[in-house]
Design a binder for this molecule. Structure first.
Ligand code: NDP
Length: 223
């Protein structure tokens, strides 16, 4: 039996990832900022814990609750979006986005590194975005979101060789343009389709000391 820890699991892609991993027989530890109101998540049967990913004491409390339990798959899913362009920059929003999308996933991997390294699979997958691709960017639309995901990709890529020494493999994943609160109603991929694709990509990825940036269909994404 493998154990999977998924952040931001009360709605959107995270909730569907929980359902998919449970359906495939995994033990799932799922986090939400407010478990008491996370009715759909509580109904899945996952073990639900509170987690505000930007709050060091909240991360520490989750670590305390999980203890030394091995974690086969850590999935950094929690994230926030913004499509503001250069002319609309809000610097408090910029700092918060870096805290949620860039710094928090790294803190989670760092905090749970021993749990991941103690597992059979040893995989940490983080939800990045096609908007974090530097070479595909030609407009300032989504500047702070793009920056937060490009920064996440760089941090993961920089950490990957060192973590491979503990047998831990990192992945950066683009989930598709998904019909969630963040992706909007016009998005062509539904959350269950995205989660099904991500499940296959995450659970079939070979161990590697190099960071791969893959989409939910397993295709390599341009940096
Ligand atoms: P949603 O907006 O639907 O859900 C975001 C989730 O993240 C919610 O559970 C939310 O919790 C949680 N979250 C946000 N901030 C924090 C925080 N500070 N601490 C803890 N949890 C937090 O987003 P999606 O499901 O669409 O996106 C999931 C991931 O996929 C994100 O990382 C996103 O950037 C990425 N992605 C999504 C795309 C899309 O088209 N939808 C495209 C590319 C990437 P709460 O309910 O409490 O707010």
């Amino acid at each position: 039996m493998t154990t999977t820890l998924i952040t931001g699991a009360n709605r959107g892609i995270g909730l569907e990832l929980v359902r998919k991993f449970l359906a495939q027989g995994h033990d799932v530890i799922a986090t939400a900022r407010d478990p008491e109101t996370s009715n759909e998540l509580n109904a899945t049967g996952a073990k639900v814990y509170p987690l505000e990913v930007t709050d060091a004491s909240s991360v520490a409390a989750l670590k305390e609750a999980v203890g030394d339990q091995p974690i086969d798959y850590l999935i950094n899913n929690a994230g926030i979006g913004s499509f503001a362009a250069f002319k609309d920059l809000d610097y408090d929003a910029f700092a918060n986005m870096l805290a949620v999308n860039t710094i928090a996933p790294i803190r989670m991997i760092d905090t749970f590194l021993d749990n991941i390294a103690a597992s059979d699979v040893k995989m940490a997958a983080s939800l990045s975005s096609m908007m974090g691709s530097i070479e595909n960017t030609q407009a300032s639309f989504g500047l702070i979101y793009r920056t937060s995901k490009a920064g996440l990709n760089m941090a993961l890529r920089a950490a990957a060789p060192e973590l491979a020494e503990k047998g831990v493999t990192l992945l950066a994943l683009h989930p598709g343009w998904v019909n969630t609160d963040m992706g909007g109603k016009q998005a062509p991929v539904n959350p269950a389709q995205s989660a099904a694709g991500l499940y296959t990509v995450i659970t079939t990825a070979e161990p590697s000391s190099e960071l791969r940036f893959l989409d939910f269909e397993g295709k390599t994404h341009p940096w």
